[in-house]
Design a protein around this ligand. Structure first.
Ligand code: SF4
Ligand code: ZN
Ligand code: ZN
Length: 305
């Protein structure tokens, strides 16, 4: 079946439909969908300072590529990129190179921060110190901490991430499985329950696009690097949930869209329920925390012991 819009050769069949699109029609469809998400959820406003989290993978490269394309043409905002170097040998070193080259070529300012900067150790070393702890749980704490702290220091209005519909469906299910609904209240196309100047809101312009659509966009635009996956990714709970959702999707197409759509229906109720939850300032580093000491400082204390 040819492209639904122009009858050329198709490159993709859109999820949950019989519609096939060629390269140029797909690019238009993809970029329009991102712009609609940005406008509908008010993700980016005029003259804002937007920092795009860059891992060097296809999602974050596609996001930075597209934001850069629209920063001056369609919406008027300032854009730079932020990369967190976890210190994972054989993975991060390669992706840093890709990220640097991309930013240089596209004239985008790239900020780099690292776990070594705050902990004095790479993630590889931290994992050796705690072989029984899942690397992703320590990594997640440090990454969230650093991304928020650095983007606030860089005076960002928003931090954009390459999270797509598949990622969001996984996060929703992971929080359900762990009975962690308070965390779900912070999800959505723009994160956070209420505005707090210590938190830089995170925006997800790819919220309604599937992993497959983002991968196709990356491929078409020459943004797919050689396959690079973190050494520790199979340890994570997300990996298991991802497989589970992929097999459900195969059997019952539309599952992931339904999870996200149902979630968006209840999200305003969740935000209302948790809006008065108190956010402390960590007594060690003053960063926002849910208890007296933030998760990153708790981990740091363990690392230094
Ligand atoms: S897979 Fe886990 S350890 Fe690797 S970068 Fe992601 S969160 Fe960190
Ligand atoms: Zn076409
Ligand atoms: Zn702290």
């Amino acid at each position: 079946m040819p492209c639904k819009r122009c009858k050329s050769n198709p490159v993709i069949q859109l999820p949950n439909s019989n519609i096939k699109l060629c390269k140029s029609c797909f690019i238009k469809y993809f970029e329009r969908k991102v712009l609609n998400t940005i406008r509908k959820y008010n993700l980016i406003n005029h003259k804002e300072n937007i920092i795009s989290a860059l891992s060097g993978g296809k999602d974050s490269l596609s996001l930075l590529y597209l934001l850069n394309k629209i920063a001056s043409k369609k919406l008027d905002f300032k854009l730079s990129a932020l990369l967190v170097d976890e210190g994972i040998k054989g993975y991060r070193d390669k992706t840093i190179k890709t990220a640097r080259e991309f930013c240089e070529k596209n004239n985008i300012k790239l900020h780099i921060t690292s776990y070594s900067e705050v902990t004095g150790k790479t993630l590889d070393k931290i994992k050796k110190q705690f072989p029984d702890t899942i690397a992703c749980s320590m990594c997640g704490v440090l990454r969230r901490y650093l991304l928020n702290k650095k983007s606030r220091e860089l005076k960002a209005n928003k931090l954009a991430t390459g999270h797509n519909l598949d990622d969001e469906a996984q996060s929703i299910m992971m929080n359900q499985f762990r009975h962690n609904i308070a965390l779900s209240a912070r999800l959505g196309p723009i994160t956070g329950v209420k505005r707090d100047k210590r938190f830089v809101p995170r925006i997800k312009p790819f919220y309604f696009l599937t992993e497959k659509e983002v991968a196709t966009y990356a491929f078409i635009n020459g943004l797919m690097d050689e396959f690079n996956e973190c050494t520790y990714c199979t340890e994570s709970n997300r990996f298991v949930v991802r497989d589970m959702l992929n097999s459900l999707e195969q059997k019952y197409p539309g599952t992931k869209h339904s999870i996200v759509a149902s979630f968006l229906e209840v999200l305003p109720l969740l935000k209302e329920k948790y809006k008065n939850q108190k956010i402390n300032s960590c007594k060690i580093c003053s960063e926002p925390a849910s208890s007296e000491v933030c998760n990153a400082c708790n981990l740091l204390q363990r690392i230094r012991q």
